[in-house]
Design a protein around this ligand. Structure first.
Ligand code: HSE
Length: 431
């Protein structure tokens, strides 16, 4: 049986999952694909750390170049994450004539255009299924399964850690800090959770989905980005009383000639499927002209689910290597109707708003007066009575308004002496 040889760079959680799957599913895989996949070398900075899998010490090396420069290695699997040295390793692997599998969304979101072009020049491929939604095969689905479709939008819950935190707040009344500490104790959230909770990881994944659906790489700095660190338990509970859950959504939508790309906490009706997505699960909604509305759902983080996608990429590459051909990945073609990115102040949305005000006559009338002057129509309003409290929340839902008009109105409202804290406004998505 033909043998394909793999080298790993990065022997952390996902790397050990890959080795485990290749070992435990060896027979199943070789029966399915008619090829034996063998791991020849594993490079990691720390080769003495305890892992949940034992490997022959002869496989391990502390030097990535032992993998990159080994002429027998056909596929390099990069799992160290981050920009450098991961980028240098991928460049070197391609130039040495190796195909690459990576889960590195931060790197591909930043430098994917350059790296994919280099791969083509080298007649090699970079596969990256594990970079979005772990084991959910969304990249293959967008690129191959939906090849004949044009897309109207792609949006969803792309970060398992944030979703876990929001779910614990909503289901168990945890504060943000308590939910984050639990996510860290369970190993979902990193010690420094910034990438996950500030929406950056979701934005990296959204850049890759936007590339696949609309054929263009959007710069991280051009994405409107708001994480979940300012979402309060009060807002989650008030939203729930109104029939909504708060979810961190990553959204790319075609709006006439522009592309609206953003990541922010969003109120989603409790009847919407995305509201039912809890814990570390992800869900990606795709609206396409031929296949219609599709939802891809499942665990978005976790050792074996991410490793399952890495192994699928390795297997895909083995098929080409077996046939002795270079089959470039299908092109992502730019939608000619899209000529620009939409600015956040152009978007129109319904909003949930919370004002914190002194409890005295005329406050509501003053707020309503400013909203009316800005042509903003109120859909519902409730004042939450807090006994003895001097500051009370007024919770409002407004009908569709331009972000620009709402921000201008809130600026005026927040300057009033009766307003005691910066007002909170969260967008509502209902489609
Ligand atoms: N940190 C990511 C998440 C998983 O919480 O979704 C890896 O992409």
């Amino acid at each position: 049986m033909k043998k394909i040889t793999v080298g790993l760079i990065g022997f952390g959680t996902v790397g050990s999952g890959v080795v485990k799957i290749l070992r435990e599913k060896k027979k199943l895989l070789s029966e399915k694909i008619g090829i034996e996949i063998s791991v020849k070398k594993i490079a990691d900075k720390d080769i003495s750390a305890k892992r949940n899998i034992k490997v022959d010490s002869g496989l391990l090396t502390a030097k990535a170049q032992d993998v990159l420069d080994d002429p027998q290695i056909d596929i390099v699997v990069e799992l160290i994450g981050g920009i450098n040295p991961a980028k240098d390793f991928i460049i070197r692997a391609l130039k040495q004539g190796k195909n690459v599998v990576t889960a590195n969304k931060a790197l591909l979101a930043q430098d994917g255009k350059e790296l994919f072009a280099l791969a083509r020049d080298c007649n090699k491929n970079i596969y990256f299924e594990a970079s979005v939604g772990a084991g959910i095969p969304i990249i293959k689905a967008l690129r191959e399964g939906l090849v004949a479709n044009n897309f109207n939008d792609v949006f969803g819950i792309l970060n398992g850690t944030s979703n876990y935190i929001l779910s614990q707040m909503s289901d168990n009344n945890y504060t943000f800090q308590k939910a984050l500490a639990e996510a860290q104790a369970k190993g979902f959230a990193e010690k420094d959770p910034t990438l996950d909770i500030e929406g950056i990881d979701s934005a990296h994944k959204l850049i890759l989905l936007t590339y696949l659906c609309f054929g263009r790489f959007v710069d991280l700095k051009d994405i409107f980005l708001e994480g979940i660190s300012n979402v309060s338990l009060d807002d989650i509970n008030y939203a729930k009383e109104l029939g909504f859950e708060i979810k961190l959504l990553a959204i790319a939508k075609k709006e006439n000639d522009s592309l609206d790309v953003r990541v922010h906490p969003t109120l989603v009706p409790e009847s919407h499927l995305l509201s039912q997505v809890t814990g570390v699960n992800n869900a990606i909604h795709v609206s396409s002209d031929l296949a219609g509305e599709l939802l891809f759902y499942g665990p978005g983080a976790g050792q074996l689910s991410a490793a399952s996608a890495v192994v699928a990429d390795i297997v895909d590459l083995t098929q080409d290597l077996k046939a002795g051909l270079f089959r470039p990945t299908l092109n992502a073609v730019a939608d000619p109707a899209i000529t620009r990115l939409c600015r956040i102040d152009e978007i129109e949305s319904r909003y949930y708003i919370r004002f914190m005000t002194s409890d005295q006559p005329g406050v509501l009338a003053k707020i309503a007066g400013i909203l009316a002057k800005s042509n903003i129509s109120i859909a519902s309003v409730t004042q939450k009575e807090k006994r003895k409290a001097q500051v009370v929340p007024i919770v409002m839902v407004i009908h569709g308004a331009k972000e620009k008009d709402l921000r201008a109105a809130l600026n005026m409202i927040d300057k009033m002496s009766v307003i005691k804290q910066k007002s909170v406004a969260i967008r509502i998505e209902e489609e």
